[in-house]
Write a protein that binds this ligand. Structure first.
Ligand code: CTP
Length: 478
């Protein structure tokens, strides 16, 4: 394979940068992820250009020639960045870095290209393409990154202990790239991650979770989690998930390994949906199994209430991991709380009222809940899986039929509080809420259809029981 990639460097920023550095007789290279992705034929989100000299000056001049108005300069880091068309372009002066034990913040000196390549995380991320007109597009690959790319190997340019200890986030990146690209982490590197795992404690949880979420969004997230577990990185930031691991056997009674079960569920969900938060619900659905585990001599191992405790653990875990505490967390909490409900329907007999109750609680998340539930049907016993999957289809059909008939989703009370107040000349009070709740109950139980006329009739009956006097006859259009 030729080692000139000029024909691939078609983005206008390369042409302009090349003109400037050639005029000034400077050296600059496209480096890092852009080169890697170009060789892998993957799309890129950003371009990194390393200059032997001052990155800020080149950025300024490139931006002027490209008529880009907004350039951000980070003088402390010697970097500058602007957006051009669809890509972020970042300029940096080549650096030589050395790190201290207690911090990610390196001591930085100006360096040569090889100094800069040495300080990068992986050989596949340390390849450069020259921008100078004399050798435009030439690949500078001192660590054989191309070979590692073709073999699917993640290897550090320097001794892995140095590379990971310099910047422990790279251990998370190693796992992330392994999961994203389906690459193997080379043996010494893997050992170094295991040995340095505790160093993750100097990395902010936001950056750790950034990588973790990228792992979760992979096509087969279990690959990344198995590596996080075996290297003990997972133990550093997510001990609750580690606790799912293991099988206990007492008196011949044994249970599933909930860690591997969770990963199976996560992979199953990943096949159906790219929704990060649905994937989080898969990760957390059984998170409270360890603290609720009990051995019942008659039935075997039980995990009573793990769905409720799991839902309660969700906000705490999200808070600690600095994940969003808004509606996304509420959504995960709700799915964790409800995850057994469809399963109970699948395993048992299905009444319309159970379906209506589920629809009323899940609302617009019912499809996602059913995706989670379907993904949760894992067993070594094929016969069991077949049976549950068949029942699952039945529950899905029934859900559809009941929803069409009763419109329970986003339940709107067929009798408004206003109508109740007008009928009995009441000021706002607790009784109104309780009348509405009793009407909703009756609809969910199937005692009355979800129709205004039936709801009004029931309201009048309840009013009579409560000794309320009708002062204005209720009408249907109110
Ligand atoms: N890099 C590094 N150590 C890090 C982060 C980044 O050595 N902890 C280097 C790598 O050479 C990397 C480049 O900086 O290729 C750019 O980093 P970044 O944009 O974060 O990642 P990419 O490799 O581009 O990959 P992705 O966009 O998928 O995150």
């Amino acid at each position: 394979m030729s080692n000139n990639y000029a024909s691939f460097l078609t983005h206008p920023v390369f042409k302009v940068a090349s003109q400037i550095i050639t005029e000034k007789n400077l050296e600059a290279y496209v480096i890092g992820g852009y080169v890697r992705d170009l060789l892998l034929e993957r799309p890129s989100k950003d371009i990194d250009i390393v200059v032997i000299g001052n990155g800020l000056d080149l950025a300024k001049e490139c931006a002027e020639r490209l008529r880009v108005k907004k350039v951000s300069f980070f003088h402390n880091f010697g970097t500058a960045q602007f957006k051009y068309k669809d890509l972020d372009v970042e300029f940096v002066g080549a650096r030589k870095e050395s790190y201290r034990q207690d911090s990610r913040k390196p001591l930085i000196e100006n360096g040569t290209l090889i100094d800069d390549q040495n300080r990068r995380d992986f050989t596949i991320n340390a390849m450069g393409l020259s921008l100078h007109a004399s050798n435009f597009g030439e690949l500078i690959d001192p660590f054989n990154g191309v070979e590692d790319l073709s073999k699917g190997i993640l290897r550090t340019p320097l001794d892995p202990n140095t590379t990971y200890s310099d910047d422990p986030l790279r251990m998370m990146r190693a796992v992330r790239f392994a999961a994203q690209l389906d690459f193997k982490i080379e043996g010494e590197s893997l050992q170094a991650i295991y040995d340095n795992a505790a160093r993750l404690d100097i990395i902010s949880v936001e950056r750790i979770m950034d990588e973790c979420n990228k792992i979760i969004l992979c096509a087969e997230p279990s690959r990344g989690f198995k590596l996080l577990f075996s290297t003990k990185l997972l133990h550093q930031f997510f001990p609750e998930m580690v606790d799912l691991h293991g099988v206990e056997t007492i008196d011949g009674k044994t249970h599933k390994d909930n860690f591997f079960h969770t990963l199976e569920v996560l992979d199953n969900v990943a096949k159906e949906s790219d929704n990060l938060w649905l994937r989080w619900a898969a990760i957390l659905h059984d998170i409270a199994k360890p603290p609720t585990k009990k051995l019942d001599r008659e039935i075997g191992w039980t995990f009573h209430g793990h769905e409720e405790l799991g839902a309660r653990m969700t906000p705490k875990i999200f808070k600690r991991l600095k994940l969003p505490l808004d509606h996304k967390m509420k959504y995960v909490e709700k799915l964790v709380r409800l995850h057994l409900r469809p399963i109970a329907l699948v395993k048992g007999s299905v009444s319309d009222s159970a379906i209506r109750r589920l629809l009323s609680e899940a609302d617009d998340d019912i499809e996602d809940l059913m995706t989670l539930c379907n993904a949760d049907i894992t067993s070594k016993n094929e016969f069991k899986v077949k049976k549950y999957k068949k029942n699952f289809e039945m529950v899905m059909e029934k859900l559809k039929a009941v929803e069409e008939k009763d419109r329970i989703r986003n339940f709107q009370a067929p009798v408004s509080g206003e109508l109740i107040m007008q009928t009995y000349n009441l000021a706002p009070c607790a009784e109104i809420g309780s009348i509405k709740a009793r009407i909703k109950e009756a609809i969910l139980e199937g005692e009355i259809p979800n129709e205004p006329a039936n709801a009004i009739a029931l309201m009048l009956k309840i009013g009579e029981e409560l000794g309320l006097k009708v002062v204005k006859e209720p009408t249907l259009n109110k």
